[in-house]
Design a protein. Structure first.
Length: 465
């Protein structure tokens, strides 16, 4: 059975990030403290070595041509500052006699350097690492002329203890501060997440059908951005649900009458014994069936357009190409056989940001409506007028009356002014398409006839194809 991996909470992620930062920072600080503490311990105990060597050097004198030394107590008092360490000292003439010192037989590899400047170096003292200083005192007397070499050494235990002590004294407050910082991070994170928890509780208590916007008062700016995006999403979802409800209601309303009429006419044709009357009934039945097919096509087209309006991306579309495609599909020949349809487009592109499929469906419905209810010849075209992109259909008829034209595109409107058997769904698609892409439907009458146009804000960029 597969294990269920629960996602980490935001609090755990924040605390993990803070802890990682503290650990990395603590490691860097510990390295810095160790290096600085080691340097401080070396400098401190090197001064003790140099002080002891200097005291011993000051006590060296020449007696009867031979260097002698009366070891001062102060030198050993300085070396006693590190009681855990072993010490070594030697006073001798380079390449000459050994004057005094501890462990005379101990061999130390002493670096040679001319002059009296002190030289620090590391070497082993009976198998234990140690630190040494070499100091030379110059004599220029009648009885003795040359150098007397003073060598003082000390093991490293006190230095190491001092380094560890410095690290402990520095890291202990840092560890306490890190624990306090983790606690503060937890408190701040929990406080920052309380509004998010309140939003989650609000969503949990909501009715599944409640898609109204959520209030964003008092929320942090970051959560307001998320809530605004959520409200926009719920708004789109609400529009989709409302549209689907309307579509279902429209479908039920629009199909009830033609289905009932088809059933009645089928029963009449079945029961009528007169062959001519039966043929007339069958002809009416065929006409009703064709009308029902057209209605179903319009309902499916409207559903597809509604879906694409909210889901399809808006891309630059040339309205001239839309008009040309609608004309080349020749659907108008089925609606009105033999009626002349003209194409009127220019050479310049007429671009809008929209969905090409939805525009094509709207243009088909405009053309079909003109062919059914207008007077030939009918023309379709696209042009740019007053900075707006226009896709239009024109016929040579007077068009519907003004009160009827104002209601075109409304739900359940079944009258266009030019016939009684029109569902009105075609112009509803036209109106929905115009509103979806920031456009409008314009109806005008002139000396030529009646024109219905889709007017959109024009764009000048076609984009990358």
């Amino acid at each position: 059975m597969a294990k269920l991996h629960l996602p980490h909470s935001l609090t755990a992620r924040v605390l993990s990030a803070v802890m990682l930062i503290l650990i990395l920072g603590g490691c860097l600080v510990a390295l810095s403290i160790w290096a600085n503490g080691r340097l401080a311990a070396r400098q401190a105990y090197d001064r003790l070595l140099l002080g002891a060597a200097s005291d011993i050097a000051e006590s060296v004198r020449i007696q009867d041509g031979v260097p002698v030394v009366d070891l001062p107590v102060s030198a050993f008092q300085l070396l006693a500052q590190a009681p855990e360490d072993r010490i070594f000292y030697a006073v001798q003439v380079p390449d000459g006699p050994f004057i005094t010192g501890l462990d005379r037989d101990t061999v130390i590899d002493i670096p040679q350097q001319p002059g009296a400047a002190p030289i620090y170096f590391a070497a082993d003292l009976n198998g234990e690492p140690a630190r040494f200083v070499r100091l030379a005192r110059l004599f220029a007397e009648r009885e003795f002329s040359g150098e007397v070499e003073i060598l003082v050494g000390q093991t490293l235990r006190a230095r190491q203890m001092m380094t560890v002590g410095l690290m402990r004294d520095a890291l202990l407050p840092m560890a306490v501060a890190g624990i306090l910082l983790l606690a503060m991070s937890w408190i701040v994170t929990r406080s920052a997440l309380r509004p998010l928890e309140a939003l989650s509780e609000d969503l949990t208590r909501r009715d599944p059908h409640d898609l109204t916007p959520m209030a964003s008062d008092g929320l942090p700016r970051e959560l307001q951005v998320m809530l605004n995006a959520m409200n926009r999403f719920m708004g789109r979802l609400d529009r989709q649900v409302d549209t689907m409800r309307n579509l279902i209601a429209d479908t039920a309303h629009q199909l009830r009458t033609p289905v009932a009429a088809i059933r009645v006419q089928a029963e009449i044709a079945q029961d009528d014994p007169d062959p001519p009357a039966r043929k007339r009934a069958l002809d009416r039945l065929l006409g009703r069936t064709r009308s029902l097919g057209t209605l179903l096509d319009q309902l499916l087209s409207r559903a597809m357009v509604i879906h694409r309006i909210d889901s399809a991306p808006r891309l630059p579309v040339d309205l001239r190409e839309v008009a040309l495609d609608v004309l080349e599909q020749s659907d108008h020949e089925l609606v009105a056989p033999g009626v002349e349809v003209r194409l009127e487009i220019g050479e310049n592109p007429v671009l809008v940001n929209a969905d090409a499929f939805s525009l094509a469906e709207a243009a088909k419905n405009l053309l079909g409506n003109a062919l059914r209810h207008g007077q030939p010849p009918v023309s379709i075209g696209a042009a740019q007028e007053s900075g707006r992109a226009v896709l239009w259909v024109r016929d040579h008829g007077p068009g519907p009356a003004t009160p009827v034209a104002e209601q075109i595109g409304d739900r359940f409107n079944r009258t266009t002014g030019s016939g009684e058997d029109s569902s009105g769904l075609g112009l509803s698609i036209v109106k929905s398409t115009a509103e979806a892409f920031d456009g409008k439907v314009e109806m005008t009458r002139d000396d030529i006839g009646f024109r219905v146009a889709l007017s959109f804000p024009a764009t000048t960029s076609r984009g990358v194809e």
